[in-house]
Design a binder for this molecule. Structure first.
Ligand code: MN
Length: 233
């Protein structure tokens, strides 16, 4: 007899650079407003906030290649390019000075956002889930292992639409660096192998249109290219 009454879902996974093996995804954590200039462009004061987090379903992760679907229920789909941290070892109450030991690798991804639904949720004091956690909302490159590229510190992070630069920053502009982000998450939940962390976006977020060609990267880690699909009918 089958152990499950329906077929169990497949484990979401992302590619590993230079390997046919894949990195299995357990959960997706995202950091809000982690670059000062982006916090300001969203109307917030970056000097007065501790880090805060939201999540996306693991199966919202899709490869950053080919076509990424334009989601339903929005006419303001925003790009947020972010460095992605792939957690290889977990724990609770991880100290910042031990935090990087938990990292298996790094990638680059997009925290796609239905900005119109987010604005409505903020106004009404409702959760962000519908704005952030839709299908294919976590676009992610292959993961580059730490043993190949080390821990990036001040690398450039950027995004272009149809060849035009829209977002540009460096990783040392993060208000909360990766070690602090890992420490903070692990104070709230047990961080586990397979967790991905989207570490926040630099300034320059804006709307994507169907047919847009997106290229993005964290220099020295990963570069991606994909197209936004047609509006759903
Ligand atoms: Mn984001």
């Amino acid at each position: 007899m089958n152990a499950f009454v329906i077929d169990p879902p497949t484990i979401p996974a992302v590619g590993v650079a230079g390997s046919s093996q894949r990195f299995p995804v357990r959960r997706v954590f995202c950091v809000g407003r982690n670059y000062a200039a982006h916090a300001r462009e969203m109307g917030n004061d970056p000097s007065r906030e501790p880090p805060f987090f939201f999540t996306k379903p693991a199966d919202a992760v899709v490869p950053a290649s080919g076509q990424v679907p334009y989601p339903p229920l929005t006419s303001d789909l925003h790009h947020e390019v972010e460095m992605v941290v792939a957690i290889g070892a977990g724990g609770r109450n991880i100290s910042a000075d031990k935090a990087l030991d938990m990292v298996w690798g790094y990638g680059v991804g997009l925290d796609l956002t239905r900005r119109d639904l987010q604005a409505e949720a903020k106004k009404l004091g409702r959760p962000w889930d519908w704005a952030k956690g839709f299908d294919a909302s976590a676009v992610c490159s292959d993961i580059t292992p730490v043993k190949v590229a080390g821990h990036p510190t001040a690398n450039a992070i950027w995004l272009k639409i149809n060849g035009e630069m829209r977002q540009q920053g460096t990783l040392d502009e993060m208000i909360w660096p990766v070690s602090d982000v890992i420490a903070a998450i692990s104070q709230s939940v047990a961080l586990m192998p397979g967790d991905l962390i989207f570490t926040g976006t630099p300034a320059g977020v804006g709307a994507l249109q169907p047919g847009d060609r997106v290229t993005a990267g964290v220099d020295g880690i990963a570069e991606i290219a994909f197209e936004i699909g047609p509006r759903p009918v």
